[in-house]
Design a protein around this ligand. Structure first.
Ligand code: AMP
Ligand code: ZN
Length: 469
């Protein structure tokens, strides 16, 4: 399997640290609002990568964090350890506690993961469950002389780190680093690149989320959780780290500095994989622009969430992908055709005993072609083209079904799922509207009404499968 490694800026063969085994970590969401279809482009990338690695024979252990302690709104731009805490802000707005906010949005995130057929990572870990590990990591950095205290917290000392022969910021490019430095707001820091490891609760203010530490009451800096939890579950060094491209310039270099500074072992992670962003109507998506669509919006318009998954697969992960409702409709139609081809083949499989050398070699050619596209820097658009070749080919139906089942281990489109009403026939608008209504009621936790609608849908001859619909 070859992947583009942001660290070396080259397409490289993935060479696992332990033969046959891959440990991979994905930076999860901050659970203060509903994740967008932009966020899910990155999580589907991580899912497809894990599935592809399994397909080519690796034993994969995947870990994803949930950032449930509020980092600050400026955190992702350079190193502004400034701004308002996102969770507490959402809590104020919604009249809930920060803990209720994180619980509600975490479970919504996991529900949307399932709707998109994203395999649950082996470990899903919360920052607030790992405060002790984060404190221990900061202590380690302190012992090594890579941490110092200023008025509002304990900071990572990038100059001390470089003096010890480490390289800081290898993942970012110079322009991004300069941009970070321009945003420098804290004159107490020794270097603009330094970042918070532990922040103190402001004098006289009780935060909803705060913990005792050797340095006083406060909360962890945003970056430390990923270093602490990835090393806890995958070891001090592991194979692959995944995230959106916005994490390449600050969050990930900081993760590396914290881990390598504490352990003295390089590289912390061998292969860094960054996914390009999803655009909407050719531009940036954002809440203020009104185009930060969610999986719920997709379902609300009557689409199967797996049409969104199919849409993601049509773009290479290192290229921006432009979402429009027309493009989603196109993906939904393609998925329906693929399902129809699968089901047609599956309903008349014929005699499995009719084997010939020629057919066998054709089947293995297709499998090799599919695997080769996966191995070529996860070229999913090209892999999909192989899928379509198979769907349209005249190989025996049972081979077609076997191949498509096999490919679907990576695609995750549920081609073999027997969801009545999808694939077999077009879903009437009336049923789509009922499904959307039911989703809305469920989102509002009005389960009694939602169940009534479910009964209505079933009475009209359609099955409701919450994973797939
Ligand atoms: P956040 O909750 O902001 O930390 O984002 C969670 C993940 O989604 C990160 O890996 C981001 O890089 C990724 N992400 C955010 N916006 C987009 C987008 N428009 N397209 C793809 N990935 C995104
Ligand atoms: Zn992270």
């Amino acid at each position: 399997m070859k992947l583009f490694n942001s660290l070396t800026r080259q397409i490289e063969e993935v060479v696992p640290r332990q033969p046959g085994k891959i440990g991979m970590y994905t930076c999860g969401p901050t659970v203060y609002s509903t994740p967008t279809i932009g966020n899910f482009r990155t999580y589907v990338l991580s899912d497809v990568l894990a599935r592809a690695l399994k397909f080519v024979g690796y034993d994969v252990t995947s870990v994803m964090n949930l950032t449930d302690v509020g980092h600050l709104t400026g955190d992702n731009e350079g190193d502004a350890n400034q701004g308002e805490d996102r969770l507490e802000k959402a809590a104020k707005k919604e009249g809930k506690t920060a803990w209720e906010i994180s619980a509600a949005y975490s479970s919504e995130f996991m529900r949307h993961m399932e709707m998109l057929h994203i395999t649950r990572p082996n470990v899903v870990c919360k920052a607030t469950d790992h405060i002790a590990e984060q404190i221990a990591l900061v202590q380690k950095l302190e012992t090594k002389g890579f941490a110092y205290r200023i008025g509002d917290g304990i900071y990572f000392d990038t100059r001390a780190y470089e003096r010890m022969g480490h390289r800081y910021g290898e993942l970012s490019n110079l322009d991004e680093m300069k941009k970070g430095a321009r945003l420098e707001p804290n004159p107490e820091k020794r270097d603009p690149r330094d970042f918070a490891l532990w922040k103190f609760s402001p004098e006289g203010v009780r935060r909803q989320m705060e913990w005792d530490s050797p340095w006083g009451v406060g909360f962890p800096g945003w970056h430390i959780e990923c270093s602490a939890m990835s090393m806890k579950y995958l070891g001090e060094q592991f194979d692959i780290h995944v995230g959106g491209e916005d994490l390449r310039s600050t969050h990930h270099p900081n993760e590396i500095a914290q881990a390598e500074g504490a352990t003295g072992k390089e590289p912390f992670v061998k292969t860094w994989v960054h996914g390009a962003f999803l655009l909407v109507d050719g531009g940036r998506m954002g809440k203020s622009l009104g185009n930060a669509y969610t999986v719920q919006d997709v379902v609300g318009k009557g689409y199967d969430p797996l049409a969104l998954r199919y849409f993601y697969l049509t773009g290479h992960y290192r290229k921006q992908l432009n979402f429009t409702w027309e493009a989603l409709a196109g993906a939904a139609a393609a998925l329906a055709r693929l399902r129809a081809a699968y089901q047609a083949a599956s309903s008349s499989q014929g005699d499995r005993t009719q084997l010939s050398e020629e057919k066998l070699s054709k089947v293995s050619e297709y499998t090799e072609a599919f695997a080769a596209e996966l191995a070529d820097d996860l070229n999913m658009p090209a892999a999909l083209a192989v899928v379509w070749e198979v769907a349209k080919s005249n190989i025996p139906n049972y081979d077609k079904v076997d191949l498509l089942d096999d490919f679907d281990r990576v695609l995750g489109l549920g081609l073999g799922d027997r969801v009545e009403g999808i694939g077999d026939r077009e879903i009437p608008v009336e049923i789509k509207q009922l499904m959307a209504k039911r989703q809305e009621l469920r989102a509002a936790k009005n389960y009694a009404e939602a169940d009534k609608i479910r009964d209505e849908i079933v009475a009209k001859g359609y099955a409701v499968n919450d994973e797939a619909v």
